[in-house]
Design a protein around this ligand. Structure first.
Ligand SMILES: [Mn+2]
Length: 315
């Protein structure tokens, strides 16, 4: 296992770097990739990123002014990727070829030749900030905006228990470097399409309680996307809705994918471990935010399995 200095030393020796993001990319994996590739370019290196899925319009500003290099970069690394299956369609191409992984997931599997993993960091962007400082990169406004995006999205706007004094110190430095916090937070948290609101209304209609009201589950059937026109990426936030209800310790969202796979996202309040609930089904994540997936199951079947697993973890 590497530390920040080790990761910086490795990168200093490379001129040509491809940064992999996880599929269904969020603000943290994209912000990490974009800030790092901007920093590497500032050091005179060639760098680019790759992601199995397209970048959502609301994240377009992260990549403003960047152009892909003429030939594909030689060294491969990943940011915010816990395991190779999260690379989606890029998994086959890059498994076994990843030389460096920088991540903050406690469930990080040892897939890269070298890895710097800090499960106590609330966002991979916090690690990229430290890395850029170690590399001697002077932060410009675009880098600060990218890092702030990952920090704020992975911490639910600095509300989660994963936030530390260091997180706020990093955020302060990003503001000093010109990050437009108010505008980024408005884009990330206070703006939604009508389709999204309509989809959320229908998702809340499916709300079901169990475990004496301490577990709440909502469902997102695949048909919802055609019915409302909502994009899959716009529904990332619904996973946090069930846990907002008073008395709920475990909030679960089950989503049906196009191929019939069913994904469960679990959010818990301490001391209940969302990760322990998901590990039961081969998933994982963070202590209070985790996920797992099921194949060849019905929504109803998954609902019952998740309710039973939640019951086991409740005190
Ligand atoms: Mn992350």
């Amino acid at each position: 296992m590497m530390d920040c200095k080790g990761a910086a030393a490795l990168l200093r020796g490379w001129d040509d770097i491809l940064i992999l993001c996880h599929a269904s990319p969020d603000g943290d994996t994209l912000g990490s990739a974009s800030a790092l590739l901007r920093g590497l370019k500032a050091l005179g290196k060639r760098a680019w990123f790759a992601c199995a899925d397209g970048v959502d319009e609301k994240f377009a500003y992260l990549f403003a002014g960047l152009e892909p290099p003429a030939q594909p970069p030689a060294h491969v690394m990943s940011v915010d990727v816990a395991t190779t299956s999260l690379l989606g369609e890029l998994e086959e191409t890059y498994t076994g070829k990843i030389e460096l992984a920088i991540d903050h997931h406690g469930s990080h599997s040892d897939f890269a030749r070298e890895a710097w993993v800090e499960p106590t960091a609330p966002a991979a962007c916090e690690l990229i900030y430290l890395l850029l400082a170690e590399l001697g990169v002077a932060l410009d406004k675009p880098m600060a905006d990218c890092l702030y995006t990952g920090l704020t999205t992975d911490t639910g706007c600095f509300r989660y228990s994963s936030v530390t004094p260091r997180t706020h110190r990093v955020a302060a430095s990003l503001l000093e470097a010109g990050a437009d916090a108010a505008e980024i937070n408005r884009k990330m948290f206070e703006s939604k399409s009508r389709a999204q609101l309509e989809a959320e209304r229908l998702v809340m209609e499916s709300l079901a309680f169990s475990c004496g009201g301490r577990c709440a589950i909502v469902q997102v059937p695949y048909s919802l996307y055609a019915r409302t026109g909502v994009r899959e990426s716009e529904l990332e936030g619904v996973a946090s809705l069930p846990r907002q209800i008073e008395g709920v310790m475990v909030g679960i969202t089950i989503k049906e994918k196009e191929d019939g796979t069913i994904k469960a996202s679990v959010r818990s309040n301490p001391p209940v471990s969302a990760c322990a609930i998901c590990e039961k089904f081969g998933g994982g994540g963070h202590p209070f935010a985790a996920g797992c997936s099921f194949e060849g199951e019905t929504m109803e079947g998954v609902l019952q399995k998740m309710q039973a697993a939640a019951q086991e973890q409740l005190p």
